[in-house]
Design a protein around this ligand. Structure first.
Ligand SMILES: Cc1cc2nc3c(=O)[nH]c(=O)nc-3n(C[C@H](O)[C@H](O)[C@H](O)COP(=O)(O)O)c2cc1C
Length: 214
C-alpha cells in the first residue's frame, strides 16, 4: 500500500473518475474533499493528490479550503495537483502556483486532464453562471469536450513513478505543533500557529482581522 491519499472535488463526476483512475493505479484511498478529514490522518501519509475541476471563479474552492486545514502538515508532504477542465490547460499553472504559494509543501507537481461539459446535467445555478459568461464572451453553451481517461491513466503512471522516487521518500521532520489558534473575525476560519496567516485563505482579509483564541 502506497503512503498516498487522493482527494477530489467534483460536481458531475469527471474529476471523481480521474481521481479513481489514479487511486486504482497506485492502490490508495480515494475520498471526496468534502469528507471530514482530520489533519492527524495525514500522519501515515507522505503524498496528497488533489483532483479538482475548473469552474470559473469557483475553481478549486473546496480544495483550497481542505489545504488550509492541513497547511502545517503539508510542509513535510509531497503534494500533487491534478486539474481537470475544458480549456484551462494554459491557466492551470497559474492556479497551481497560487495554491502552492499559499500552501508550500515538500515537493510539488501538477498535471492536467481534459474534461467535458454536458448541458443537460447542469444545475440551475451553473447554467446561470455559464449564461452570464456566454453573454460576456459570446460563447455558445453547448456540449463540449470529452473526458480523457487515457490521459488520466498516463498521469497515474507518472504519479506512480514519482511515488517511488528518492525525492518523494526522503523523510522530513514534522514541525512541532502549535497550541495557539487564531480565528478570522469575518468568516470564522480557524488557523493554528504562533502567528495569524498573512491573509485569510477563505475570505482573503488581512491578518489584522484575526483574533487570538484564549
Ligand atoms: C459552472 C461551470 C464553470 C466552468 N468553468 C470552467 C473554466 O473556467 N475552465 C475550464 O476549463 N472548464 C470549466 N468548466 C468545465 C468543467 O471543468 C468540466 O465540465 C469538468 O469536466 C467538470 O468536472 P466534474 O464532472 O468533476 O464536475 C466549467 C463547468 C461549469 C459547469
Amino acid at each position: 500500500m502506497k503512503k498516498a491519499i487522493v482527494t477530489y472535488e467534483t460536481f458531475h463526476g469527471s474529476a471523481k473518475k480521474v481521481a479513481q483512475t489514479i487511486a486504482d493505479k497506485i492502490n490508495c484511498k480515494c475520498i471526496n474533499v468534502d469528507t471530514p478529514f482530520e489533519a492527524e490522518d495525514l500522519r501515515e501519509i507522505n503524498t496528497v493528490i488533489l483532483v479538482f475541476n475548473f469552474r470559473g471563479p469557483y475553481t478549486a474552492q473546496l480544495t483550497k479550503l481542505y489545504l488550509s486545514r492541513v497547511k502545517d502538515q503539508l510542509k513535510t508532504k509531497n503534494v500533487i495537483l491534478v486539474g481537470e477542465g475544458l480549456f484551462s490547460e494554459k491557466e492551470f499553472p497559474i492556479v497551481a502556483q497560487e495554491i502552492y504559494d499559499n500552501n508550500p509543501s515538500k515537493t510539488f507537481n501538477k498535471f492536467f486532464v481534459n474534461g467535458q461539459l454536458r448541458v443537460e446535467t447542469l444545475f440551475p445555478e451553473e447554467r446561470a453562471l455559464l449564461d452570464k459568461f456566454s453573454q460576456l464572451t459570446g460563447m455558445e453553451i453547448k456540449d463540449m469536450g470529452q473526458l480523457d481517461l487515457n490521459k488520466a491513466e498516463q498521469v497515474a503512471l507518472e504519479i506512480e513513478k514519482l511515488l517511488e522516487s528518492d525525492e518523494f521518500n526522503e523523510v522530513v521532520e514534522e514541525a512541532p505543533k502549535s497550541d495557539t489558534k487564531w480565528v478570522c473575525s469575518v468568516c470564522g476560519y480557524v488557523h493554528e500557529g504562533e502567528n495569524p496567516p498573512e491573509k485569510c485563505p477563505l475570505c482573503g482579509v488581512p491578518s489584522s482581522k484575526f483574533r487570538k483564541v484564549d
